[in-house]
Design a protein around this ligand. Structure first.
Ligand SMILES: *Cc1c(COP(=O)(O)O)cnc(C)c1O
Length: 379
């Protein structure tokens, strides 16, 4: 029996979710965030699907932009961590990449005297630290940084001021409003600064949860990431969960069935002990495929139209499921790990992590299969 473990990726669902970002923030443009291999869905395939719909893409690192250009993607690509060398600036100018600038060393690179005769000016996004304290210039240093940039001929005069929320998934949190206020206050000050009239400044703040639920943060550009992949956006269930279509259908199959007696244990360390006569299905997916080992006897899978609990420790290549209550179960049956019936962020919570982490952890061993039409349920 060949292994049936795979991630079926519904590209239409991703397009649908992108259109939701447009619908939820009508006055903003959206930059589709496809870093980390499009959150595990395949950057190339996702970019090809979205290219006709989007104005621009964003990736985290330079190499991810190079990969998309090699795949023939032509729309602008924002590199969220920016550049580390003069060569990368040249590549960006030649290949329509936009650069996030978040620290002074990157301005030194952009000021390198070797950077002359570039084929185009470079569009910059200037990262401001409004409270995340991870990347970006302090608000009080932004004006002087912009003055420094205004002397560089290679910089495009339209520049995006950008910041990132630390608490967006907890949208009622006060911190979100404090960050927004810092961002707005800075923007008004910069507008009044006579030394900066050269620049056309625009703004970007909202990631997925803020697109869905914090309209005050919708500026010229929004940056939807996780919502494109249809995973719930908030720490608690939210009305928008219904509108999103899960794009990844992570499935495997039953490769063995056995009956065990009350008192017998299952798996490494005997961490789960049967309380009744139990039918155990062994499913061909494990932590080496990206199923989280941390679920610890509290996650569920979907088989023959029903939920069934994962019992015992998650192994490298297998999990064990209590299918006693599922009628007519047999080897070869398809098992959904997450997708339409089992929400990835619910499994994530059971593993004390987040949906982003599960999606980006589906390993290279799992083939991605692409479908264009809406998924049929497998059961
Ligand atoms: C990853 C990332 C995003 C996308 O965030 P989601 O929560 O996935 O929507 C937006 N902006 C920046 C700077 C990011 O790093």
């Amino acid at each position: 029996m060949s292994r049936q473990t795979k991630a079926i990726i519904d590209l239409d669902a991703i397009a649908h979710n992108y259109q939701l970002a447009q619908k939820w923030a009508k006055a903003s443009e959206n930059i589709a965030v496809i870093k980390a291999n499009a959150y595990g869905h395949g950057a190339r395939e996702v970019a090809i699907k979205l290219e006709p719909l989007v104005k621009a893409f964003a990736v985290a690192i330079f190499e991810e932009a190079v990969e998309l250009r090699s795949a023939g993607i032509l729309k602008p690509i924002l590199i969220l961590q920016g550049i580390n060398s003069v060569d990368e600036v040249v590549y960006a100018a030649e290949n329509n990449c936009w650069l996030m600038v978040h620290q002074p060393a990157q301005i030194d690179i952009l000021s390198d005297p070797r950077l002359t005769n570039l084929p185009a000016t470079i569009k910059l996004w200037l990262k401001v630290d409004t409270g995340m304290h991870r990347l970006g210039f302090n608000p009080e240093n932004v004006a002087s940084t912009l003055v420094q940039l205004s002397s560089l001929a290679l910089i495009n005069k339209e520049l995006v001021l950008c910041s990132h929320f630390s608490h967006a998934s907890d949208i009622q949190h006060n911190k979100n409003r404090r960050q927004l206020k810092r961002f707005d206050d800075l923007f008004s000050e910069l507008k009044k600064n006579k030394k900066l009239t050269d620049f056309k400044l625009i703004r970007s703040m909202a990631n997925s949860p803020a697109i869905a639920a914090l309209p005050a943060s919708h500026y010229e550009w929004n940056r939807p990431g996780i919502m494109l992949y249809g995973v719930g956006l908030f720490d608690i269930p939210h009305v928008t969960d219904r509108d999103l279509k899960p794009a990844m259908h992570f499935i495997s199959s039953i490769i063995a069935l056995r009956k065990i007696k009350p008192g017998q244990s299952v798996g490494y360390g005997g961490k789960w002990v049967a309380q009744r006569a139990t039918l155990i299905a062994t499913v061909a997916v494990g932590y080496a495929d990206g199923y989280p080992r941390q679920v610890d006897n509290n996650s569920e899978v979907f088989v023959r139209g029903r939920r069934a609990p994962v019992v015992g420790t998650v192994s490298m290549d297998m999990i064990t499921v209590d299918v006693t209550d599922i009628t007519d179960v047999s080897t070869g049956d398809v098992v959904e790990l997450w997708g339409k019936n089992i929400m990835a962020n619910v499994v994530a919570q059971q593993a004390s992590t987040i949906g982003y982490h599960l999606l980006t952890s589906v390993s290279a061993r799992v083939p991605r299969e692409y479908v264009q039409s809406s998924l049929e349920k497998t059961q």
